[in-house]
Design a protein around this ligand. Structure first.
Ligand code: C2E
Ligand code: CA
Ligand code: CA
Ligand code: CA
Length: 277
């Protein structure tokens, strides 16, 4: 393996350059797309496991690229984070999500909540809370209708700073949810000091239900119960997963089985349509 090392290094350099070039191009295109407001949020519905009612949505950014179709957030969010573009983009998503929810209210939709993903870079911005409050103010939405999704790794990055932020957000009445719960490294002890409202069971555990994954899913639901938090399962794709979650006492569910991420107009149509199931 050692003797192959040199050859591999030589072969690897052009690839690195190519990746770097591709990234630089992506950055330039992303910058332009943000300026031209070419990105848009899609909304994926979340449902009450017991009643089947739609209770909220998660805003998920989409980038329809002129040549490459939809670029995955998994590809462009990291670029936006590294370049700091996420600050402006995140501010814009917050405003759009709040404005869309307020518009659905006026159009007669049931009172949904909207969840917006927050990245570590945004949390470090001194006036991120100001951005959140400005988005609420501009839309006229009650703070309790907005939920911020924070990941464990984001919270563990600078625990003191994160806890201070969380208390300020909660004091303003905005809801907090821990995304991808169970995949990060946060010690359970921290959960006690996090002023959160909800845990989001990661898709990884939901996907292997009911055969595997149930040990962790059961533990997360019990943990949420103990702390008085709500639980939402993400990535629900099959009926048997939903049945298991409902029986296990999970509060909310989200996934392709129940609804795909969709444009705002389509979400409104879905939310106001008479229910069949
Ligand atoms: P996430 O926050 O964990 O979002 C859930 C992802 O799972 C979304 O992928 C969603 O489309 C997908 N999903 C939902 N239901 C199912 C299902 O039943 N099966 C499967 N296989 N997948 C499902 P998406 O939209 O590609 O977003 C990927 C990630 O990009 C998100 O993961 C989030 O971390 C990030 N992201 C998206 N929008 C934003 C944003 O506005 N701001 C920030 N900071 N990050 C964002
Ligand atoms: Ca999320
Ligand atoms: Ca997630
Ligand atoms: Ca994720």
């Amino acid at each position: 393996a050692k003797s192959a090392g040199r050859n591999r290094l030589v072969a690897f350099v052009p690839e690195m350059t190519l990746a770097a070039q591709r990234r630089a191009q992506l950055e330039a295109e992303l910058r332009r797309a943000i300026e031209q407001e070419a990105l848009l949020p899609y909304y994926q519905p979340q449902f009450d496991c017991r009643t089947g009612a739609m209770v909220g949505v998660e805003a998920l950014l989409r980038w329809p690229h002129p040549e490459r179709g939809f670029v995955s957030p998994a590809e462009f969010i990291p670029v936006a984070e590294d370049t700091g573009l996420i600050v402006e983009l995140g501010r814009w998503v917050l405003r759009r999500a709040c404005a869309d929810l307020a518009a659905w209210d006026r159009a007669g939709a049931p009172p949904l909540t909207v969840a917006v993903n927050v990245s570590a870079r945004q949390l470090k911005e001194p006036d991120f809370l100001g951005d959140v409050l400005a988005a609420l103010h501009a839309s006229g939405l009650a703070p309790g209708r907005l939920e911020l999704e924070l990941t464990e790794s984001l919270l563990m990055d600078d625990v003191e700073c994160a806890v201070a932020f969380m208390h300020a957000v909660r004091a303003a009445g905005v809801r907090l949810s821990i995304d991808d719960f169970g995949t990060g490294y946060s010690s359970l002890a921290y959960l006690q000091s996090f002023p959160i409202n909800q845990l989001k069971v990661d898709r990884k555990f939901v996907q292997s239900l009911p055969v595997a994954g149930h040990t962790i899913a059961t533990a997360v639901i019990a943990l949420a119960r103990g702390f008085g938090l709500a639980v939402v399962a993400e990535g629900v794709e099959r009926q048997e997963q939903l049945d298991w979650l409902r029986a296990a006492g999970c509060d909310h569910a989200q996934g392709f089985l129940l609804g795909m991420p969709m444009p705002a107009a389509q979400l409104l149509a879905t939310a106001t349509a008479p229910r069949t199931a």
